[in-house]
Design a protein around this ligand. Sequence first.
Ligand SMILES: [Zn+2]
Length: 499
Amino acid sequence: MKRLVAGILAIVLVLIAVVIGRTLMLPPPPVVDASALPAPISNDAAMRAAANLSAAIKMPTISWQRGATGDKAEASQKALVDFRDFISATYPAFTAATTREIVSDYSLLFTWRGSDESLKPVLLMSHMDVVPVVAGTEGDWIHAPFAGEIADGSVWGRGAIDCKGSLIAMLEAAETLSAQSFQPKRTIMFAFGHDEEVSGLNGNLKIAQMLEARGVKLAFVSDEGGMVTQGVVGGVTGPVAIIGIAEKGYMTLQLTAHAKGGHSSMPPAQNETAVGRLIKAMTHVGAAPFKSGMDVPTRAMLDALAPAMPFTRRMVFANMWLFEPLVVSLMSAEPSTGAQLHTTIAPTMLKAGVKENVLPPEAEGIINFRLHRRDTIESAIAHVTAAIDDPEVDIATLEGAREASAVSNLEGASFALLRQSISASFPDALIAPNLTVAGTDSRHYLPLTDNVFRFVPLRLNAAELAGFHATNERVPVASLGEAVGFYVSMMQNLDAPEL
Ligand SMILES: [Zn+2]
């Protein structure tokens, strides 16, 4: 007995030693050499970018719900044409250095031809359209959403973050370089979609198809996704540059429950009414979560962040061989982190009945799923069908379903170049890959490249991030200046032959 206790004690001690040993062996976060800081973009250049972003915000390039017509749609179309003219007028050197193609009337593809045609082009993306301001919230804006005011050190308005800020920063960088007669060695393309907020089916999908038909292969694609944020990632106090290296899939299922209609005074058991059957089906789907777990993007994120975390968290992340199940269950319990780990289930719409005393013969429910890479559209439908297990409930897939993306290559030269450009412009930031849980237009280019990086070089705090698709969207002028610096550095570094 004594020997057994001694044995167990020895095992526990070894375990503790290994856990602490592995924690202490984690490399410290990289130290920033202040003398290596890049020359910041001049105040004048940042102010010019801010003035141009302000002008861009004043053009209400709103994407209304798909298929919208009438005055609102016409106003948006006019704004998109104004935006196109604004680019030509504001960026003359860029306009002269590039060729422009207009796709589906409003989306824009600019090609800045490189001197070495044997190098695969890169594609930089930003969309021109913005989401509407929710009716009734206009008064909550400190500065009106389409006034483009520059106040308190920020440019205010719808689209400042998503996505006109990065679009203007790209153009400022390209204008500065082309005005200095810089010609890239590698062709740089700029794709500015006009319908990203409604799936990009007329904009970037069409541009991607056009490039594919021409046999174009891209070295990499840069699109929106992560940003440089501070105080947002749990436990890390310094700034973190998040790069989305994969994107979740998308699927919406429509459940239609059938039953005999009739007078509500003599109803069958609830489970035999259409409404009851639908409620049961949706409850069963909610009670059958998809498998949760770590994979490459999430692991890469935790590995990158661990060195900067407080000791206890560092200890956990340095010993995933032991703590992974605990981490998975803690992360799964939170909506924001759980979305990284599994396919999510979101019931979003319900429709049934026309009158309070009539049993409807049909009840309809809509569930939106964001597919983790371990589930396909087919396997997810099978999972849901098995969970419902009721032949009186029809399951239909709505238009727009798509599989999760592949994971971009973290070992390749393209990712290394992106890292280098981020380090040059944000030397104080940790760089962490992750999984983008929302959709971006970059998915349309997946057939053309193995490397899609979803990163916008804007430095935002939690309050500023809260403006994304919401009230008081704004971007600090200083952040905009840093973003211009990032794109200048990136465009200058694209010459490496092996991207
Ligand atoms: Zn966006």
